[in-house]
Write a protein that binds this ligand. Structure first.
Ligand SMILES: [Fe+2]
Length: 159
């Protein structure tokens, strides 16, 4: 069980770093102000989440090591492919939200599992840190849904 927990953490650590690298390009493709703000905010949060995972490793007394996350790689490849197409601004924004929400849902699943394991194994400090990130990911997801439903999808509808 402890090995499984470590594996989850390394996978998340890899995933966050991969995402962090891809985020500036996604941000550059956005047009709507509110989406730019949301992406910028989450980029800062993601930097923090990487550091928070390092803290988690530290509280567990293990070296912070990343594993390449193939699922995140796949999600980011899809985003990359989508961004290579020509699309109207609003359609591009809508598609970027779709890509970003897939990423958030993946992370929510990963952090959810990591929280469950941390709780099960009695790693309270790690649990608190992981829960903090989990709630940030959930808020990001909700915020993206809100932006999509209240503005971007409406603009994209006419294209
Ligand atoms: Fe994250």
């Amino acid at each position: 069980m402890n090995d499984l927990f470590m594996h989850q953490l390394r996978d998340l650590y890899g995933a966050e770093q991969q995402l962090l690298k891809a985020m500036p390009k996604m941000l550059a493709k956005t047009t709507a102000n509110e989406l730019q703000q949301a992406f910028t905010k989450h980029m800062e949060e993601t930097q923090n989440q990487v550091k928070r995972l390092e803290q988690v490793f530290q509280t567990l007394g293990v070296k912070a090591e990343a594993e390449k996350c193939k699922a995140m790689e796949g999600l980011l490849n899809e985003a990359e492919e989508f961004m290579s197409h020509n699309a109207d601004d609003a359609v591009m924004d809508a598609g970027l939200i779709a890509c970003a929400q897939r990423v958030e849902h993946y992370e929510i699943a990963g952090y959810g599992t990591a929280c469950t394991y941390a709780k099960f194994l009695g790693h309270t400090e790690a649990l608190n840190l992981l829960q903090e990130t989990l709630s940030e990911e959930k808020k990001t997801d909700e915020n993206l849904s809100y932006i999509a439903e209240n503005s971007i999808n409406i603009k994209a509808e006419h294209h």
